[in-house]
Ligand binder design. Structure first.
Ligand code: ZN
Length: 419
């Protein structure tokens, strides 16, 4: 259970919704329980119970610990590994969205599906946890803007343009180096193809947030140029404090000011602690290191552009003090100790991402009043060839199929399957 926290920290969670950007419970439910909700009782604290199918062995998430952690709203990741391709990736995405809806139906006293920012505020005010879906990879639309639009209709409210590898129209962070743990020259590529830009525009039009965690830095920059709505980083830290391709460079963080977006800081050890973790004797990251990343974003772009995206149930190693969903009030307490005002804490916990959603919805409404859905295909815009280098860059690593079909296999590759 979490360390005792101050009354002020607890009061912050009662006043402001903790709106986390990324939780992989739906994927853990697939790996551990074949998506059968009858196989695990989430009304019970599952801490310490070992489930062999899950890469990290024990669940980070259940209803009692969400309550203890002051959760107010959650983007549940509807993740599909990049080695699952084409129509199979679309089917698996539908099944992951389905399990989020089923969670809300099974536990209606705690979870309620949210379709927009107004729902988030209403559900939090009613004492429940607003539940939304985020798709973690552009491969999940199988190059189809029709699939993108239908995912929005069933409740997907953000899409990460790539995972570790990705579609042929957006470059992934892994393309910046041969692997996350080894130095190697960056692969030359353009960040986002013409079709990739069209995907961003169509996401703006339907009202789906563009998520730039996991993408190549050039893809971040190009997407922010193209998007007329605020973008998000659903679970990333800062490169200034941890030089890792999964993290956000300072120039991109600064560009959030004009874009209006938000970087939701993650608790994943290797993105928080960086070289301390990946080189030499492994040293853990701690909650105070996570707070340092929040401090950095606040310092270089402002308090309005930072949020939280823990990546619970999506990583094998999380920062000490932030090991499961019950622990977040300790981070709130750390921010208060660092002299963040209650208003500032509220912005970090959830008000910033709610503002971003509201703006995204407003932009979509305006665009829908004057434009029809795009009917372009990838071949229409990019042609049949990989003349922009995106596919080649992505295939350097992330799109490869793991040695085992089971992405829970703890091989070197599967280290990157999650997170
Ligand atoms: Zn991830």
């Amino acid at each position: 259970m979490p360390q005792p926290t101050s009354q002020l920290a607890i009061a912050c969670h009662q006043t402001y919704p903790l709106f986390d950007g990324h939780n992989d419970l739906p994927h853990a439910l697939r790996k551990g329980f074949n998506l059968k909700l009858e196989a695990v009782d989430l009304t019970q604290n599952q801490k310490g119970n070992v489930f062999e199918g899950i890469l990290h062995k024990t669940l980070h998430t259940d209803l009692p610990r969400l309550r203890a952690g002051g959760a107010g709203a959650q983007f549940w990741s509807v993740y599909v590994p990049t080695f699952v391709k084409g129509a199979d990736a679309v089917q698996r995405t539908l099944e992951q969205v389905d399990v989020v809806h089923r969670l809300c139906e099974k536990y209606p006293d705690t979870l309620e599906f949210a379709w927009n920012a107004a729902d988030v505020k209403r559900i939090f005010a009613a004492g429940k946890i607003a539940s939304l879906c985020g798709a973690e990879g552009g491969h999940q639309i199988n190059d189809s803007l029709g699939v993108l639009r239908m995912l929005h209709r069933i409740g997907v409210r953000y899409m990460t343009l790539t995972h570790n590898g990705g579609p042929d129209w957006a470059a992934a962070a892994v393309a910046e180096s041969g692997s996350f743990e080894e130095e190697s020259p960056a692969a030359p590529c353009i960040g986002l193809t013409r079709f990739g830009c069209e995907v961003v525009r169509e996401m703006n039009r339907v009202g789906m947030l563009v998520d730039l965690s996991h993408v190549h830095a050039d893809c971040m920059r190009r997407a922010i140029e193209v998007s007329v709505a605020p973008v998000i980083f659903s679970h990333s830290c800062t490169r200034a404090l941890c030089s890792h391709p999964r993290n956000v460079p300072d120039d991109v963080l600064v560009s959030l000011k004009s874009n209006g977006g938000v970087c939701m800081v993650t608790y994943v050890t290797k993105f928080v602690a960086g070289e301390r973790w990946t080189k030499g004797p492994k040293q853990a990251a701690a909650l105070s290191d996570v707070a340092d990343h929040i401090d950095h974003i606040k310092a270089i772009v402002g308090i309005d552009y930072v949020g939280l995206g823990g990546d619970f149930d999506g990583a094998t190693s999380l920062s000490i003090g932030l090991e499961d969903v019950s622990t977040v009030p300790a981070l709130t307490e750390e921010l208060l100790k660092r002299r963040y005002s209650e208003d500032e804490v509220g912005k970090v916990l959830g008000l910033n991402i709610i503002r971003v959603m509201e703006k995204c919805e407003k932009v979509a409404s305006e665009l829908q009043s004057k434009t029809l859905p795009s009917e372009n295909t990838r071949t229409d815009l990019d042609g049949p060839d990989d003349n922009l280098g995106v596919r080649a860059a992505n295939q350097r690593r992330g799109s490869k199929r793991p040695r085992s079909l089971d992405d829970g296999n703890p091989s070197a590759l599967s280290v990157h399957v999650y997170s």
